[in-house]
Ligand binder design. Sequence first.
Ligand code: ADP
Ligand code: MG
Length: 249
Amino acid sequence: MSPALKISGLTAGYHGTEALRDVSFQLDRGQYLGIVGPNGSGKSTLIKVILGLVPARGGEITILGTPRERFRSWDRIGYLPQGLQFFNPHFPATVDEVVRLGRLAGKRFPKRFTAEDATAVNRTLEWMGIADIRSKMIGDLSGGLRQRVLLARALVNDPELLVMDEPTTALDPETRETFYQLIYEMNQKHKATVLLVTHDTATIGKYASHLLYLDKRVIFFGDFDAFCNSTDMTEFFGAHGQHLVCHRH
Ligand code: ADP
Ligand code: MG
């Protein structure tokens, strides 16, 4: 089977800023990649280039076996963007509507909502434990519940690739743990490939199979054992920093 994601020699930037330099790595189906790195290290840019929201300057991207330029099956990808802590509390939609939108987003015109769509929405609401609040306005929910609804929206098409940019930033520790469990379940049971940008370096080792440490260029890419056994990484992070990532609580 083709890899879930293959990136070679990727460069990207904005006006005068270089954001990504010669980034290459490959992720096989079912793998779970944690992406970490300092602020401004190009993590969000990488995600946006993969999804086609920011143009690449050079390099190649293959998604689920298809070159990025020809990839059209966006319903096979679930995306949870960064920055939802600034979510507009007056956003005029119910939980149900937000998740239904996830179903419609992948369709071409005419965008009809079918019985099959309704089944998928119901199944996802149940699975996320939000079926009982389906008629509530999303702006009235707590940060944790709202993030769960947005995760449901990203999962409603049963995506093969799930892409998330710092999804737990606005969550309290307990909700954060639940959230990680749901994603882990998606990865383990549904064999979805996961790409997760996170600041939770102390948590990510518990769930992710692979780690990408980005600082415009790739500082490290590999599985967790390779990261934890790497003396280069001990030098780079210090023994304490490396231990924080490797100690799987
Ligand atoms: P991270 O997500 O790792 O914090 P980003 O990918 O958001 O990093 O940013 C990488 C670099 O690109 C930073 O220097 C940032 O200031 C710059 N940058 C990000 N988005 C834009 C943009 N829309 N316009 C101009 N510069 C940007
Ligand atoms: Mg970012």
